[in-house]
Structures are given as C-alpha cells and as structure tokens.
Design a protein around this ligand. Sequence first.
Ligand code: DGI
Ligand code: FE
Ligand code: FE
Ligand code: FE
Length: 189
Amino acid sequence: MLSEQEISQRLEHMLTPKRYRHSLGVQATAVELASLYGADVYKASIAGLIHDCAKDLDADQIHALIKKYGLALDDIYLNQLELVHAPLGAALAKDLFDVQDEDILNAVRYHTTGRVDMNLLEKIIYLSDYIEPGRNFDGVNEIRQEAKQDLDKAVIMAMDSTIIYVIKKKGLIHTNTIDARNKLLCKIR
Ligand code: DGI
Ligand code: FE
Ligand code: FE
Ligand code: FE
C-alpha cells in the first residue's frame, strides 16, 4: 500500500475540494469511533480517507472502469449509478493505492448500501460517512449522539434516514440496505 501521505496527495487531485474535505472528516470521525469501540484505528483511518475515491467520476468514466475492473454489479447498482462509487472505489483503491487489506476494501465497498452482518469497521465507516463534522442534514445530531452510545442503533438511524431520502427521490432502494436494517432491528429487539 502507498503511504497515507501519498494516498492523500493523490486523492486531493481526484476529488473536488469539498469532497476531499468530507473525506478528511470521515477519516477523523472513523478514527474516533474506532478508538471508542476498539476497532483497528489504522484501518479505520485509511478506509475513511479513501471511501469516496471514485465519487467524482462522470458516467462515462464509471462505465469504462466497471468494464476495466470486471465489476459484477446487480441491476439496482446499474440503475442507480450514484451507488457504484462504493464498489468501484474499492477496485480503484486496490489498483491506484495498492490497498490489499480486505477489511479496508469491504468498508469502502459497502459504505453506501451497507450489507447484512457488517463487521465493526464496516459499521464505523458507514456511520462516519453520515456524521462527519461537515454533515448538517436534519437529524444528524441525534445520530451523532447515538453513535457514541450504541453503534447498531446509530446505523439503523442512518439507514432510516437514507431510505426516506431515497424514497422522496423515487429512487430504488438497494436490498443490501433493507436486509441489513431488518437484521439489525431483529438483533436489538
Ligand atoms: O458518497 P456520499 O455522498 O458521502 O454518501 P453515500 O456514499 O453514503 O451515498 C451516496 C448517495 O447514494 C447518497 O445520495 C444516498 C444514495 N443512496 C444510499 N443508499 C441508496 C442510495 N440511493 C439509492 N438509489 N438507493 C440506495 O439504496
Ligand atoms: Fe460515498
Ligand atoms: Fe453513506
Ligand atoms: Fe462519503
């Protein structure tokens, strides 16, 4: 893997200034949550930093890279192209930053939809993406508070908020999110 400094420099060229700042915010929040919950702080830091590395590509680039990396994506991904930056980000991170760690790659791969049985690092990145200091949507403070108390409950809150947002836009909701939320709800009951 490239050094963190090298990765940051490359990222700064791949992302808009706003998206780069968001990435640093997710990195900082992920480090905090990893310390709090006993996850690998280094993996959290790298995963937070790189999670949106494919976010600022246009549709043509996305399609070309799906082909180049041979990504097998289901119809929901292909119909909701904003979802693709997560799995594509994992492929890009492997190729451009030489990230080999599967925990880091899975945290990037599932940071947008979540998935059933997310591990601690995946939950931390999923949530940090929502609550980093630059986010200011309705209800974010409640999720920030919950994140310090109960990670699973906070992930459910973030999923609820995403599902409502996607429904308002008449978008397709990925089954990964539905399945993950259902299983977490059963677990906490
Ligand atoms: O990349 P970010 O903006 O930091 O955040 P993200 O990767 O969590 O989400 C990217 C976008 O994808 C955001 O507008 C919400 C949307 N999204 C998340 N889950 C789903 C979704 N969109 C659809 N259509 N379906 C989903 O299940
Ligand atoms: Fe993202
Ligand atoms: Fe997210
Ligand atoms: Fe993000």
